[in-house]
Design a protein around this ligand. Sequence first.
Ligand code: ADP
Length: 551
Amino acid sequence: MFFNMRLVLGLSFIFLLQLNIIAQTPFCDSLLTKKERIWLKENKDSIKYAPNPFWPPGDYVDSEGKHQGIVSDYIKIFEKKLGLKFKRVYYDDWNQILDGLKSSEVDFVGAIQQTDNRSQYLDFTSVFMDVPLVILTRTDNHHELTDEYINSMKIACVEGYIVKDIICQQYPDAKVIENSDDLTAVLQTSFGSTDGTVVDLMIASYVVHNYGITNLKLAGELGFIWNLRFACQKGKPELTSILDKLLNTIDEEQRRKIYNKWVAIGSIHKKSFLEKNLPLILIITGVLFFLLLFFLIINRTLRQLVKMHTKELVTAKEKAEESSRLKTAFLANLSHEIRTPMNAIIGFSTLLKQTDLTYEERDNFINMVHNSGYHLLSIIEDIVEVSKLDTGQVLVSRNEFDINNFSRVVYESMLVEIPKEKNVEFVMEKSNIPENTIISTDEVKLKQVVSNLITNAFKYSLKGTVFYRYNIRQNNTLEIIVEDNGIGIPKKYQEVIFERFRQVDSGEKIPQSGSGLGLSISKAYVEMLGGSISVDSEEDKGSKFTVSIPL
Ligand code: ADP
């Protein structure tokens, strides 16, 4: 009994010891069956994996002979979880790998599609990655990828892949050209030796992106998806189930991470909605852009128009207000201007009724009445003239006359009109115009203009001299200048004095008189004769008015 107990305890100890040796990792500990652990213990130093020599970025060997790609990351996870290292057996092409599996040189392979034929000598794990098969064509190939067209195509693919079987089954008339690897197959179409290449989307992206092949496009999908699995040589069910269990420990997120790490996203891919409809989207965007631009321009133009019209309205309003103000001032001024001579006429004619007047007094009163009457008449004439100008009743009436004579008459007639109390000299300067020179213009209007300028010159001068000059310029223009040493005109008034009713407020210098119409009438006359009038003046120094009339 005691012996039996010792035997049971001893056997249990050996069993536990054995389990402890095999179960080196938490994965082995918890997920593997006893049978699998024992198999693993027996084979852990001799499990052989054959990487695909060229199926980047899925499974490949780099230029330094190192195993790389998505499958290599899975293998590394497996190795870590099992606490061992697989042996890598390297082959030159896929067909050699399949032969290696058949002849037991290799135990398992990654990223392989399950077929009936392969199932005869391989056991498969569950699917760990799906990749669609696509057809690449040249960018200058504009055929639509119909069944009829595919049937007429010369198609490149990789020898040993089941792609050939798929094409032959679905498109029996297509001519399939087999190549040693994916790159060579892709280049066949790039160089124009074949019409298209059938590869999976992942390697298509990789090759086109990494080898800078720009003349290929993704013509379409073949409607077939690689369901990629690991596959073990038949007769090793433990290895298959261990690999399956290992795959089950890798969750979706981890699988996506590995995939994204290796696949060049965006290098070549299925046409998105955006790409498919790019021309339409561009047209719509363009139309929208132009519509937007159109509305913006219209909006801006309208705003500018409104701004312009508002400005015009404001200016018109200001003008109307100014004109109304001027008319009010004019009427007030006019009533004063008319009242002054009228009062003088009434006052002095009343005085004349007296019988005890001396001869001198009577003569003086008569002169006063006479002058005031003339003054009144000139104001009335100005008003009548302005209304005639407004209604277009003033016409130019040209005649021929001697300009030197004209000037002499004007000078002499003005000379007598200078008030005696004015301490201002009147000088007519010698002209360059030869005697008996006849000119043709409206003599009456010219006389009115010159007389008005000379009258003003005396009216706005307290001292000095008033000069009257006239010459004919080289461009056959008669130039008449009236210059004085009077009170002058401030700069800001020099433009406006030619407008109606404009008068300069000279303060105490000279009492205001006149209607403010003289210069506006003169300007209208000069312009009717095709000429111009201007002023050059300095306050307290004097003014120079220049009239130019083409002859
Ligand atoms: P008015 O009847 O008031 O003289 P005008 O139209 O002839 O009207 O002149 C307009 C204004 O121009 C005058 O009121 C005066 O202020 C100014 N002016 C005209 N000529 C002279 C001048 N020679 N010197 C100074 N101011 C002048």
